[in-house]
Ligand binder design. Structure first.
Ligand code: IDP
Ligand code: MG
Length: 162
């Protein structure tokens, strides 16, 4: 079921998900990882890193004109970030649904930000917002050899294909 393998899962894709320093410091790693894991997505890369300010600016380059850009990049580079790549059918779009709206005061209950965060400047998690950003963000945070391709025993139960 690897992306592009031409297998039965035509929409198999990968997204970049990161637990920001607030989520890590608050002990929410296992809570957040388990939501993606229990859903049925497959973890293909994971590492704990403290990004430099310059790296944070690259990650958020789309937002450089926004008034909160500098504070946002200071914050992302202020401590450990759990960087991950998750794989699954529709994971880019549905991963954003699991995460919830950018501003936790508007995120639905049941979403990660809705359940676990209060203000937009400390919304604990990042997720790629589309196929292009997913590709770019995975390439920014991970080297190709850090992405692990493997068959999960559960796939046939999650997708119902042989
Ligand atoms: P997203 O994380 O839901 O994709 P973006 O609009 O891409 O939201 O913004 C990136 C991050 O910038 C947000 O997750 C949040 O941490 C921060 N941010 C967005 N809007 C504001 C704001 O109005 N004030 C402060 N921080 C903000
Ligand atoms: Mg975004």
């Amino acid at each position: 079921h690897a992306p592009g393998s031409g297998g039965a899962c035509c929409r198999m894709e990968r997204t970049f998900i990161a637990i920001k320093p607030d989520g890590v410091q608050r002990g929410l790693i296992s809570e957040i990882v388990s939501r993606f894991e229990r859903k049925g997505y497959k973890l293909v890369a994971i590492k704990l890193v403290v990004p430099s300010k310059q790296f944070a600016e690259k990650h958020y380059h789309d937002l450089k004109e926004r008034p909160f850009f500098n504070g946002l990049c200071d914050f992302l580079s202020s401590g450990p970030v759990l960087a991950m790549v998750w794989e699954g059918e529709g994971v880019i779009k549905y991963g954003r649904k699991l995460i919830g709206a950018t501003d936790p005061s508007k995120s639905e209950p049941g979403t990660i930000r809705g359940d676990l965060a209060v203000v937009v400047g400390r919304n604990i998690i990042h997720g790629s917002d589309g196929p292009e950003t997913a590709k770019d963000e995975i390439a920014l945070w991970f080297q190709p050899k850090e992405l692990v391709s493997y068959t999960s025993n559960e796939e046939k139960w999650i997708y119902g294909v042989n």
